[in-house]
Design a protein around this ligand. Structure first.
Ligand code: ADP
Ligand code: MG
Length: 324
């Protein structure tokens, strides 16, 4: 389809053409050529970030490059897939080479960290939008899906929850953070670390998995729904940072911990007989894993309950609290 050209070829050549050692053919032809290894299934996913919707127009370009790839890598982690290839499509309102260079640097640095090849994409003029497609590999039949949680399974999460949402809450004046706290939380929001090694280590151990992009309650809810079970989590067990600990008296902080998005930790289930295997997987992957609850039969399919000292918590205006 004919479209406005704006030295698009030079831009692609300068910023988005890199060696693609795992591809048969990378950037520069009408399509890339990929060859999956024998016995592997392809895990394919896409995520789009729109200016004004998912990030501010003045957001740091390198951070956006990082985050736009990180959120896609996180989907691979949640499937237990090894990410291999990525496509990057950009709509850019104008050509700002410095912005593009910074964006590409943030993106490629993370791509190199995870040994992912940028094999194609599209570049066009339009309202600032970043669309990434990612392709990974997982041994046939071994992907971590959302629909495998069984009654009696434990519920686990990686890392610490809620700091990214705490940064957002602070931005809206709902929590007051000091400078060091603000920086630490902003880093979690802007530079999420995809848990690829953990996802791979959990193959054959976890019965279901999801990455936490919309908040623990919502994302565990997706596992519960797809697995036709219910889940109960214990608020007191939720792993959190020292910053979060200092603000837990604030309902907005409790909401960030239970239901805040953008953490990109993994939430997964595993049989109670596999606890040592799970902690071993965490150790091998270099990330803490914490048991936070259990899976029960579905009274109502897909329900998630959070208990605090045995009492159910409920979302109130501005945060989670006890039923009155
Ligand atoms: P076509 O006209 O066939 O769509 P393009 O001119 O859009 O080709 O792109 C030329 C090559 O550059 C293709 O290999 C395409 O995949 C790649 N490409 C375009 N934009 C990007 C980008 N932002 N990042 C990586 N590769 C890109
Ligand atoms: Mg094109």
């Amino acid at each position: 389809m004919p479209r406005p050209k704006f030295s698009e070829f030079a831009l692609i050549a300068r910023h988005f053409t890199h060696p693609a050692p795992h591809a048969v053919l990378g950037v520069g032809d009408d399509a890339a050529l990929l060859r999956p290894a024998k016995g592997m299934e392809l895990a394919v996913s896409a995520d789009m970030l729109v200016a004004g919707q998912h990030f501010y127009h003045d957001a740091d370009a390198a951070g956006l490059g990082h985050k736009s790839l990180a959120v896609n890598l996180s989907d691979m982690a949640a499937m237990g897939a090894k990410p291999r290839w990525v496509l990057l499509s950009l709509a850019l309102p104008a050509i700002d080479e410095r912005w593009i260079a910074r964006f590409a640097r943030g993106f490629m640095r993370l791509a190199r960290t995870f040994d992912v090849d940028l094999v194609g994409g599209d570049t066009t003029r339009g309202p600032l939008t970043i669309s990434v497609q990612i392709i990974g590999e997982v041994p046939a039949g071994r992907a971590l899906r959302r629909d495998g949680a069984g009654v009696g399974d434990d519920v686990w999460v990686s890392g610490a929850l809620g700091d990214a949402a705490l940064a957002v809450a602070a931005g809206h004046g709902r929590v007051r953070l000091n400078d060091a706290e603000r920086r630490a939380c902003a880093r979690r929001l802007e530079r999420p670390a995809p848990r690829i090694d953990l996802g791979i280590a959990l193959r054959g151990i976890a019965t279901a998995a999801i990455d936490i992009s919309d908040g623990l309650i919502a994302d565990l809810g997706h596992i519960a729904e797809r697995s036709e079970v219910s889940a109960v989590v214990d608020f007191a067990q939720l792993p959190h940072s020292r910053t979060m600990a200092r603000h837990l008296a604030n309902a907005a902080a409790r909401k960030a911990l239970l239901a805040g998005g953008d953490d990109y930790e993994l939430c997964f289930t595993a049989p109670a007989t596999r606890r040592r295997a799970v902690t071993g997987a965490g150790r091998r992957a270099g990330i803490a894993v914490t048991r936070i609850g259990r899976i029960a039969a579905a009274a109502r399919g897909g329900s998630v309950t959070a208990l605090d000292h045995e009492r159910p918590l409920q979302l109130q205006r501005g945060g989670f609290d006890h039923f009155s």
